[in-house]
Design a protein around this ligand. Structure first.
Ligand code: UD1
Ligand code: UDP
Length: 355
């Protein structure tokens, strides 16, 4: 079986790693295309190096830009690759512009398309990710869902064929990384951190970074906390903070984006995580770290229902209160599979070769 995999943004490198390993183990050939959506060393290459991902066979070097220009450039580049490769499957991940470009390119060429992390919904159409994931799901032949909730979301849109609950490949990735992070990462020592004596924060979602009121609201909440906050800053957020000329309070420690092993180590040892990231809400849950989500809604509703994750939005008083109130709970039922999603994906791809 020949697979063309499309990746381009940080979480996609992490998601593609376990499936790439499972494909190699099963003797399949994978042609990895990097769109170039993320390109800084710390947003891209570090993950290839740490997670033993083979060098991409092609890099479209599309870079940053407006949504239309960026997605369009990817679409044109991916189309050429797919015409040349004619794979049995095109594999796309998540909900970025790279996902949508890969999906459209495959669909227009009538090539079988599989979407990993299908059926997630925020029901907020102003989010670029919501448009990307809805459109991708509707042109996919195989839809790999992390949970029953995503299957139900798809069914509400009339999508029932080719839907498989496989669990979440990010659980596979985390399982792979946890021990490596413990033994290989020295980030706690480098930053002089005491385990469980700091909060970890990430903010990068457009709705937070591109709205000065929301961004300053979140930063002012951080300033009101009497705990150290370690904040690896996404380049998008760094650019917005620089443009607004905002400074952060003394308890907030800004650092560059981290590699995955350092990030997992910091997550494991945090007292609590503040984030607007999709992936990090789940990692917090799997690692048993309380999470305060800096959004008004989430796709990962099960984490909220479990009591481990709370939606605080951008209101400083609410964020501060949520952080004060959050403590680990005594129970944490398994969510989003067992860390074996990649194997299930590969089996389903093998069994569903379309003519
Ligand atoms: C993208 C995804 C988002 C995902 C996130 C993961 C879309 C629409 N959004 O958001 O769903 O959660 O990736 O991190 O696809 N930049 C750099 N260096 C880089 C990459 C980006 O400086 O290596 C800066 C540029 O100023 C760029 C900005 O970050 O304009 C935003 O990058 P972009 O890829 O457009 O979107 P993200 O915010 O990263
Ligand atoms: N991550 C990382 N270094 C960082 C921030 C995040 O390795 O500095 C990892 C994080 O652990 C998770 C993934 O990147 O596995 C989440 O990516 P991101 O938050 O960029 O995107 P989202 O999940 O919101 O799409």
């Amino acid at each position: 079986m020949k697979i063309v995999t499309i990746v381009g943004a940080r979480p996609q490198f992490i998601k593609a790693a376990p499936i790439g390993r499972a494909l190699r183990q099963a003797g399949h050939s994978e042609f990895l295309v990097h769109t170039g959506q993320h390109y800084d060393y710390g947003m891209s290459q570090v993950f290839f190096a740490e997670l033993d991902i083979p060098e991409p066979a092609g890099n479209l070097a599309v870079g940053s830009g407006l949504h239309g220009a960026q997605t369009g450039a990817m679409l044109a580049g991916i189309e050429q690759v797919l015409i040349a490769q004619r794979p049995d499957w095109v594999l796309v991940y998540g909900d970025t512009n790279s996902t949508l470009a890969g999906a459209l390119a495959a669909a227009k060429l009538h090539l079988p398309l599989a979407h990993v992390e299908a059926g997630l919904r925020s029901y907020k159409r102003t989010m670029p990710e919501e448009i990307n994931r809805v459109l991708t799901d509707h042109v996919s032949d195989l839809l790999f869902c992390p949970s029953r909730v995503s299957v139900e979301n798809l069914a509400r849109e009339g999508l029932t064929r080719g839907v498989h609950v496989v669990g979440d490949v990010m659980a596979d990735a985390l399982t792979y990384a946890v021990e490596r992070a413990q033994s290989r990462s020295s980030i706690l020592e480098q930053l002089g951190l005491t385990p469980h004596d700091y909060l970890l924060a990430t903010v990068h979602r457009a709705e937070n970074t591109d709205d000065p009121a929301r961004l300053t609201g979140i930063l002012s909440a951080f300033a009101q906390m009497d705990e150290l906050i370690v904040f690896p800053v996404h380049p998008r957020t760094r650019a917005r903070m620089d443009a607004l000329g905002v400074t952060v309070a003394a308890n907030v420690r800004l650092i560059a984006p981290l590699g995955y092993l350092d990030m997992v180590r910091l997550e494991q040892a945090a007292r609590l995580i503040l984030t607007d990231s999709g992936g990090i809400q789940k990692e917090a849950y799997w690692l048993g770290v309380p999470c305060v989500t800096l959004r008004d809604e989430t796709e990962w509703v099960e984490t909220v229902e479990s009591g481990w994750n709370v939606l605080a939005g951008d209101d400083p008083a609410k964020i501060v209160q949520c952080v004060r109130d959050s403590t680990p709970l005594s129970t944490r039922p398994p969510l989003y599979g067992d860390g074996q999603a990649a194997t299930r994906v590969v089996i389903a791809l093998q069994e569903t070769i379309l003519s």
